[in-house]
Design a protein around this ligand. Structure first.
Ligand SMILES: [Zn+2]
Length: 335
């Protein structure tokens, strides 16, 4: 089975000339639908502080001011100065100019928040999509020598998304939608998706999709799921049932693997990354579906891409904040 060392021949990702002051710090903020994680990194990438706060609505000056203050207190950054850049990862479509095109799950005025961070911390703020940030974090933090130039991080959780890094750079797309792989069609007349289309990957490879598949199989087979999912997105119970030999749960996991493998093969035809990483909440159970995903991928991918490694992501839910801070560092370098 292809492992991480399968791409160890890929040359070290070219770091841009380091122009930053060694004493300067970078803040990475991962603004999620319910919680926000933030980290302070020094210029050499060492982690200095982490904090996590609930994500409030961020549409008024007051809300934004309180939020920025809470973050600074949590990070021990009450004093202004010493910060060279802030990276802001957002659960929404952010284009290459940093404009928020769509954020269905957060009440956010991005301009207001960006202006407040820039003003309070006296440094530029760079916004990007959260999956893009996570992909950049994973790419930058792979061991030197293994670091791929190009990768696609596919996140399987409440929804399905992706972050794309090509030649060491984040690819946001013209409309911020370059990572919307959850809406790749994998079944022409499949299940109706929230986007209005049918048969999107998200309907099969998200937590909710997996639970629905398992319940459908259980009804068709006349075999109950055990354990029974506790709610509509309790993927963990489905993986547990599959591990315990429950047939409908196993069939649902195989179906997820099949759809994911198909979609990755489609992505490979366009991006041809050095490696695919699988992250998000479902990645904790990656070993349950990655072997089958690799088999399906191999069947559908164009011949040149058949051996592309497909691995579990390494940084878990830290990747977004770390990637946002590293993105800020890369943007300050370019300036
Ligand atoms: Zn869709």
């Amino acid at each position: 089975m292809a492992g991480m060392n399968a791409f160890s021949h890929i040359p070290l990702s070219a770091s841009p000339a380091r122009k930053h002051d060694a004493n300067m710090q970078y803040i990475g903020i991962d603004l999620g639908g319910t919680a926000t994680k933030a980290v302070v990194l020094s210029a050499d990438g060492a982690e200095h502080a982490w904090t996590s706060v609930p994500t409030p609505p961020l549409t008024s000056e007051d809300e934004v001011r309180t939020f920025v203050r809470d973050l600074r207190v949590g990070l021990g950054m009450e004093q202004a100065g010493g910060v060279a850049g802030v990276g802001l990862a957002v659960a929404g479509a952010v284009d290459g100019a940093g404009v928020l095109r769509m954020a269905p799950n957060i009440a956010l005025d991005l301009d207001l928040l960006r202006d407040a961070l820039t003003r309070e911390l006296r440094c530029p703020t760079f916004a990007l999509n959260d999956a893009s940030a996570a992909a950049f974090g994973e790419q930058q933090l792979l061991p030197k020598g293994d670091a791929p130039r190009s990768l696609v991080l596919v996140t399987l959780g409440t929804g399905v998304g992706a972050g794309i890094v090509v030649d060491g750079r984040v690819v946001p797309g013209a409309r911020g939608a370059a990572g919307e792989v959850g809406h790749i069609t994998v079944e022409a007349d499949g299940h109706l998706c929230g986007c209005g289309s049918r048969g999107c990957l998200e309907q099969y490879a998200s937590a909710r999709g997996l639970v629905r598949l398992a319940r459908e199989r259980a009804a068709a087979d006349g075999t109950p799921l055990f354990p029974e999912p506790m709610h509509d997105s309790d993927a963990y119970s489905v993986f547990l049932a599959a591990e315990n030999g429950n047939v409908p749960a196993q069939e649902a996991v195989v179906e997820l693997a099949r759809r994911l493998g198909q979609a990755l093969a489609t992505i490979a035809c366009v991006i041809d990354p050095d490696v695919f990483l699988i992250g998000g909440g479902l990645a904790g159970s990656a070993e349950a579906f990655l072997p089958a995903t690799r088999d399906v991928f191999r069947k559908h991918a164009c011949p040149a891409c058949r051996d592309t490694p497909i691995e579990a992501a390494r940084q878990g839910n830290r990747a977004g904040a770390l990637g946002a801070a590293l993105f800020a560092r890369s943007q300050v370098d370019l300036a």
